[in-house]
Design a protein around this ligand. Sequence first.
Ligand code: BTN
Length: 254
Amino acid sequence: MSTDLGDDGWPIGVNRIVLDSVDSTNAEAARRANSLQGPAWILARQQTRGRGRRGRPWADPVGNFSASHVMFPPEPLQDVALNSFVVALSLYQTLKVVAPSEGYALKWPNDVLLNGTKIAGILLETSGTQTKVDWLVIGIGVNLCHAPDLADVEPRATPPSSVLAQLGKAPDIEELLDILAITFASDRKLFETAGFDPFRRLWLRHAANLGGTVTARTMKEEITGTFEDLDETGNLILTTPKGPVAITAADVFF
Ligand code: BTN
């Protein structure tokens, strides 16, 4: 779906903020959200206190991509989380353009893998109520040049790597931002008109380990089963000896 672009190739009406260094682009986006006139992308060359899912730190040395998109979605909170799949697909498509490879795949809920290694993560944060979301911040980190040490990640986690390590070269962060902003604006338009279903189907087409054995660690238990589907609300569907189980939030291990 086409999107309206200015002469500079950037989506019209979307702010573009580039910072040398910040604690966290998600934190900066949250601080600025109420004073912004419309949506914005905030890119930082370096984060000093980047944050990951489930309260984990996200290391972000110079050379890696860290940016947050602030937006004001009209949909209720329960649908806002679906943007994580939309943006994961936007990032997947963008990476295929700026760092071409056939090795990309998506891992539930919203990691991007390259040759079986984790190279990107996405963190959504919101403010508002169940029925009225004031703002949504979508934070995206891509290990372009550097990745954390294997020793620093949890046992059984997908090993981290970088685009540079996997492909021998890495794109420039602003080039990645430009393509991502256009791709997401277009994907978001489609989401508003067609809903989640086209994204669900596309996500499944690029999903890592579909049909394979997966362990999901939720806050209270570990469930192992066959990765069967992604449902219409974004749940991971595992087939287990006790029948199908829908997982809403978990860490997933292959
Ligand atoms: C994950 O744990 O996989 C998600 C990591 C998300 C990191 C990005 S980097 C840009 C944005 N700012 C943050 O502080 N976190 C996100």
